[in-house]
Design a protein around this ligand. Structure first.
Ligand code: 13P
Ligand code: ZN
Length: 270
């Protein structure tokens, strides 16, 4: 068996969470990531028949039976992951009953997956339906995104339009727009169901007064989406009340055309 601490997927989790912490997005235990792994790849590092313990899911994940994920633990600090991955991360496989997870590695202090596991798993199910190559669901608390969401109505078309109007990269990076959920109690199956419903149409979902979710085929894709929203929200907030120039809809459309992208309908007035 190869050393799991040197596995590329553990390295990716360490690097990404450290990066997110240093960007100021993940205070204390804020944020969580789940990353679907290839079974053949994981079996180079772990005996998949050796189950440390079983953890109840509290929701139905039948569609993910047999799938393996590396996941951040609940209450764990992103800033600590790079120094002690085996306590702060876990690798689980969804068991044959679709109702439990088999812990294969990690959470050596008795910990468990993020409290947002329902939203993660339900989002994986939703994204895999529209993109079979989706692998990553990422949740974080980026400051300017939350600030912009605080001063804007809970209206995903308006929110997406304001982002597209504030940064020429925005429509190119997320032509599918940003979904927005109202303020809800987090860590519940209800917010998981609502997030997954949005994820069927877009890779980005804002949780009002809380943070954002991003999805992608790779860690870079999920991170890059959130990073672009956050940078754009920063521009929006720095200029709020002083705005003179916003990007005209004709230019937003032309930018999308240039990259052969179709901006989600119902936002541009052209
Ligand atoms: P966890 O520590 O359970 O991952 O929760 C952090 C968080 O961001 C809740 O939304
Ligand atoms: Zn959160």
């Amino acid at each position: 068996m190869k050393n799991i601490l040197k596995a590329p997927f553990v390295e990716e989790m360490k690097k990404t969470t450290a990066n997110m912490y240093r960007l100021g997005w993940d205070e204390r235990n804020g944020g969580n990531i789940s990353y679907m792994l290839d079974e053949a790849e994981v079996s180079k590092y772990l005996n998949l028949n050796k189950v440390i313990r079983k953890i109840d899911l509290g929701f139905d994940a039948t569609e993910l039976i047999g799938r393996i994920f590396i996941v951040t633990g609940t209450g764990k600090y992103f800033k600590n992951i790079e120094f002690d991955p085996e306590t702060n991360l876990g690798i689980i496989q969804i068991a044959g009953d679709g109702k439990t997870a088999k812990l294969l590695w990690g959470w050596r202090d008795g910990g468990r997956f993020t409290s947002e596991f329902p939203a993660h798993m339900m989002s994986h199910i939703a994204r895999l339906k529209v993109d079979p190559e989706n692998r990553v669901i990422m949740h974080t608390h980026p400051t300017y995104t939350i600030a912009m969401n605080t001063v804007c109505p809970v209206d995903e078309k308006d929110f997406t339009h304001k982002l597209w109007q504030s940064n020429t990269e925005a429509v190119v990076v997320f032509p599918d727009g940003v979904g927005v959920l109202p303020c809800m109690v987090c860590g519940t199956n209800e917010i998981g169901i609502a997030t997954a419903e949005k994820m069927e149409k877009t890779r980005l979902v804002v949780w009002t007064n809380h943070g954002i979710y991003g999805a992608g085929k790779t860690m870079d894709e999920a991170f890059g989406l959130i990073e672009t929203v956050e940078k754009t929200a920063q521009i929006y907030m720095l200029t709020l009340g002083h705005t003179v120039n916003v990007i005209p809809d004709s230019i937003i459309k032309a930018l999308a055309d240039l990259w052969h992208l179709t901006p989600v309908e119902g936002i541009l007035d052209i």
